[in-house]
Design a protein around this ligand. Sequence first.
Ligand code: GLU
Length: 512
Amino acid sequence: MENKNVRLRFAPSPTGPLHIGGVRTALYNYLFAKKHNGKLILRIEDTDRTRFVPGAEEYIIESLNWCGIKFDEGVHLGGDYGPYKQSERKNIYKKYVDKLIADGNAYYAFDTPEELEQMRNDLKALKISTPQYNAISRMSMKNSLSLPEDIVKQKLKNGEPYVIRIKIPEDEEIKVFDLIRGWITVNSSQMDDKVLFKSDGLPTYHLANIVDDHLMKITHVIRGEEWLPSAPLHVLLYRYFGWEKEMPEFAHLSLLLKPNGHGKLSKRDGDKLGFPVFPLQWTNPKTNEISSGYREQGYFPEAFINMLALLGWNPGEDIQKEIFSMDELIEAFSLEHVGKSGSKFNPDKAKWFNQQYLKQKSNNELANLYLPILKEKGLNPELEYIAKVCGFLKERVTFVSEFWDQSHYFFRAPEEYNAKVIKKRWKENTPEILTAIVEIIKDIEDFKAEIIEKEVKAFIETNGLGMGQVMNAIRLTITGANIGPGMFEIAEMLGKDEFINRIKTGVKKIKK
Ligand code: GLU
């Protein structure tokens, strides 16, 4: 494998936003390509115009960019094997389908939707559970195999609508090798004479996919399990074209499952289960319905990618860790450790990953991420100050957006005080005690946490007061509640004047 020019493609159809399962497919393609010093290509498969959704292509590109999945060639980058959008390759496919017809491996079919329906019903009446257009039924249908040649010619000349179907052989074993699943054998009598080309001049997915993979010199196809049933058809197409020797190797990824393990995680699950199923927020252009995205929820792309990588792949027994950078993933990735069974999506684990990445970030990085939130609130503190605050609190938050609830008092004096905390912590003599403490604090020259702590504790002890009671009352005046890191660290951060002001305001305002 190493001496072959490894080339992979991610080939989404622009039929809507990319689901996280699709992102995982793109990721595994990327990891495999990079692991083998290969190239990754982004191809847009948009031959089904009825399912085209405006904005979907842009969404897909933006999502992959956000995730850090980098391409070498593609619709957005160009390259030697373009164009990379199938609707722009329209004139390429015709000659290939013509060859299939000339070789007797494909044929014209003129059946109307009603006639096809009738055929299915007739076969069902004969107790055939999966009625198909195939060796059994095709000769009783209207196609270039069943009709006289002159009639076929006439129909084509008259411009009657037609499709071109592959001619699946009767009763042949078709073998597909899958890098994850091993050999899969399907009898061709189970297969349908699938439509390859339509009279609108566009190929269907199957034909365009095979022709493009061949012309773009794709060596490995890693895609979702939903394409496994199409793989025998694809193998047959490679055979009919005489390309079997250069046929890519296949790997079909198992599904992402709902958290309860029942059924696949689908696009329709978006937000219903309480977590996003899309990388970025998506607004449905028809209904204006908004589906949430990992980016907008505050996930770091690295955390999101790390979490997705481990849904269906494991690094093997020798590597006992869960946190992987993209480079480490590339290094550790192999299809051997991609599982055959579905992987349950775990939204709590997704949060856990984000928290790990947040904790790993430097206080400065976090401060830069927190700053826009503070600015939105009309605040513009020094970065150094924000960084210190982030340092105090980064163990307690999962998302940058949670910093504000945990740290607003570092930036703004409380405007109200939590009633429950007042009830529990504010005693009759509290105002008197706090007023005395203000007097002590006033005299502290070097306003450092340890010194403040020493002085205040000495006062409490000398006067035989309860440490908890006094400290909690101070905290209430400073934070408005019972939150925050060490009280004396907060004091040092706020500075003497602000600290004293807040205690005094609390004493004035807090009423039992
Ligand atoms: N266009 C197909 C999709 O949307 C690509 C399948 C494949 O990778 O062959 O999933």
